[in-house]
Design a protein around this ligand. Structure first.
Ligand SMILES: [Zn+2]
Length: 452
């Protein structure tokens, strides 16, 4: 197609090629009331869900000819600013009202740009009431991604909660001051240094042959700042220092010394908060002097070391950084595009007390809902692998996802795994009328050459 103004070719996108997988609808608008703005007080819950504290004004028709038809009904579109909630996907009407009354005034649905509701009250309207009083005055709510996932699960008699891993991630996020900062730390340049704090040997010489760290046990180690810097690629020292300082302020990294108790000989990490000329042993409580016997080397002054918070260690030991890397990757991929990005990691879906499936990451961006799974390619093979894929299909169907993504930090997904996953998705029988979501694979996560 060519535009009349110039010869630039305008791309034509067919409905089937659009990124969202929703049926098309046609709406007619009332011109006089196309763009009315109203101010309504709202309250915001801890999970980010906003709720109107007062109902919207009655949607009275200003056009005289239209208002004359007493039995006319219309639909009211409400756009929230800023719009972050998941749109459409047939969410239960009740979930969209601020307080869910036993008898609903009218219906509402999640629509292309916000919420759409019916103008007419369906509950009791007394005969002879003024026409305005026959119209619905509704207070709506705007669900956060977490609340939306819970609401969508509830439609299938399921509950959606943060899994154990999800609780660890949200604790770290709240220490750091938000999910974005959590992703920047555990999905960012400092990650190799944080990972190196999970020691590979109880022997310091084996775990840290360059002398920039100390093993406290076979699984825990601490690094010097030089040790952190050496593991970060392509960054200026001052910038690494800034990142480390931010993590220290949040308490996710801790600065301290590695000391040995003179009484019980326990090697231990003592944070700067607990250090003074006299320090007490974590194991036997003996008071020790901060002298050379305690730190041994170097002969002049003790060295500062950096320790990762135990919750951070637990998270890394269970590969919880992989969803963080995926989140960072998905966010980066859409850099420069307008619109929003929101995600939620480690969600457990249960029926009663019975766990059904755990989802590593749910991401919502530009009206595309992604259900993502982080795995090593070896975990997705054979019968067990297929069962695992079918579970993710179930979660994707419940949430009406547009994209099912499998991500790995490994070099690549084997052809056999790709075929197995695609066959499992194709054989799944519970997809809605719009069919299966798009299946994608991401490999080499966390590296400059991440591949989709
Ligand atoms: Zn001791």
């Amino acid at each position: 197609m060519r535009s009349p103004q110039n010869d630039d070719v305008i791309p034509v996108i067919l409905g089937t090629e659009l990124p969202w997988r929703q049926g098309a609808t046609v709406g007619l608008a009332v011109q006089d009331q196309w763009d009315s703005q109203v101010t309504v007080p709202i309250s915001v819950a801890e999970d980010g869900t906003s709720r109107m504290a007062a109902p919207l004004p009655a949607p009275v028709m200003v056009n005289g000819e239209l208002a004359a038809h007493a039995d006319l009904e219309w639909q009211v579109d409400v756009h929230w600013q800023p719009g972050h909630t998941v749109r459409r996907r047939g969410l239960d009407s009740r979930e969209l009202f601020a307080d869910q009354p036993p008898l609903m005034l009218t219906w509402a649905r999640s629509s292309r740009y916000g919420v759409t509701y019916g103008s007419r009250r369906y509950d009791l309207v007394r005969g002879g009431a003024r026409p305005e009083n026959a119209l619905a005055r509704v207070a709506l709510r705007h669900l956060s991604l977490a609340a939306w996932v819970r609401a969508k699960a509830a439609e299938h008699d399921l509950s959606a909660l943060p899994s154990e891993a999800g609780r660890r991630a949200s604790l770290l996020a709240s220490m750091l001051g938000g999910r974005r900062r959590y992703i920047d730390l555990f999905g960012g340049p400092l990650l190799p240094a944080l990972r190196a704090m999970l020691a590979t040997s109880a022997k310091t010489k084996e775990a840290y042959p360059n002398g920039d760290g100390v093993s406290l046990s076979s699984t825990e180690g601490v690094l010097t700042f030089a040790g952190i810097y050496a593991r970060v690629a392509d960054m200026k020292l001052a910038d690494v220092r800034e990142l480390a300082d931010a993590a220290l302020r949040a308490g996710v990294l801790r600065r301290g010394m590695v000391l040995r108790c003179a009484a019980c000989e326990q090697k231990q990490f003592q944070t700067v908060e607990k250090l003074s000329q006299r320090w007490s042993c974590v194991r036997c409580n003996a008071l020790n002097d901060l002298d050379r016997h305690a730190w041994k080397l170097p002969a002049d002054e003790p060295t500062w070391y950096y320790d990762l918070h135990p919750v951070g260690r637990h998270m890394l030991s269970e590969h919880g950084e992989v969803p963080a890397l995926l989140s960072a990757y998905l966010r980066k991929q859409r850099k420069g595009q307008r619109g929003m990005f929101d995600d939620l990691e480690e969600v457990a879906i249960l029926r009663g007390n019975q766990p059904q499936v755990e989802v590593d990451l749910v991401a919502y961006t530009d009206d595309v809902l992604t259900v993502a799974e982080c795995k090593t390619p070896g975990e997705l093979t054979g019968k067990k692998g297929r069962q695992e894929v079918l579970k993710k299909c179930r979660a994707a169907a419940w949430l009406r996802a547009d994209r099912l993504l499998f991500a790995t930090t490994a070099e690549e997904w084997t052809q056999a795994t790709r075929v197995m996953v695609e066959n499992a998705v194709a054989s799944f029988s519970e997809w809605g009328p719009l069919g299966s979501p798009q299946v994608e694979f991401v490999a080499r996560l966390g590296r400059a050459d991440t591949e989709t």
